[in-house]
Write a protein that binds this ligand. Structure first.
Ligand SMILES: C[S@@+](CC[C@H](N)C(=O)[O-])C[C@H]1O[C@@H](n2cnc3c(N)ncnc32)[C@H](O)[C@@H]1O
Length: 215
């Protein structure tokens, strides 16, 4: 069953990745701005990284610090990865995870021009599901996610047994399986498929942080 759900989600988002949606289009820009991205933020990253799929702006309230390692679960074309990469700087790293091959290919193409037309060095993208992160234990400081958790069949981001993060934290919001996540998660969530099918439905933004990790 969960394999079936993943295939449908992959197929839908594969179509979106190939659709040519981007910040070049006024409607797509308007959606992103309505969910909290500033015009300056959108102008600072490749236009194709924004397809109007977000339902919040996690890097606006994640308080990212230089040198941190951030992972974005369900990164799409890399929108929040590129914004996070600027905040953590060259001593940090922003990692995007997505299970849709077309999204990861798009994100990598975007990365190749994300530094004023040149490759952005401190980003990486991996094709994977969010419940099997291809990252070493204790290698991540912050988890962000934007409009993804509700699409995951298990809703269990990452590795109860193999934590990618480095210090004890608040745990995942109750909408997901309770997981004593070892890093501070910051995300915006909703089901894009649901809200697209029912335009009147509201989406929600959730943040959860562990104050003990905030120094
Ligand atoms: C609504 S889009 C959001 C994309 C991006 N976060 C943004 O704001 O532009 C959802 C993304 O999550 C990915 N996704 C959905 N379920 C996933 C899962 N279980 N594991 C990894 N990626 C997933 C989809 O392929 C898609 O790219």
């Amino acid at each position: 069953m969960s394999g079936k759900i993943e295939k449908v989600v992959q197929s839908k988002y594969g179509q979106v990745a190939r659709s040519g949606l981007s910040s070049e289009q006024e409607g797509v820009r308007a959606v992103a701005q309505a969910f909290g991205y500033s015009p300056d933020e959108l102008a600072s990253i490749p236009a194709e990284a924004n397809m109007g799929l977000s339902c919040g702006n996690p890097t606006a309230f994640a308080s990212l610090r230089p040198g941190e390692v951030v992972v974005d679960l369900g990164c799409g074309g890399g929108l929040d990865v590129f914004l996070a990469a600027r905040k953590v700087g060259s001593s940090g790293r922003a990692i995007g995870i997505d299970m849709t091959p077309d999204m990861i290919e798009l994100a990598k193409r975007n990365a190749a021009k994300a530094d004023n037309g040149r490759p952005l060095a401190n980003v990486e993208f991996h094709l994977a599901t969010i419940d099997h992160l291809p990252l070493p234990d204790a290698s991540v400081d912050v988890v962000i996610s934007n409009c993804v958790i509700n699409l995951a069949p298990t809703r269990r981001p990452s590795s109860a047994k193999s934590p990618a993060c480095s210090s004890p934290a608040a745990g995942w919001p109750s909408a997901t399986s309770p997981l004593s996540s070892p890093c501070r998660p910051t995300w915006a969530r909703t089901s894009w498929l649901t809200s697209a099918a029912s335009p009147g439905r509201s989406s929600s933004t959730i943040t959860a942080r562990d104050s003990s990790t905030r120094g």
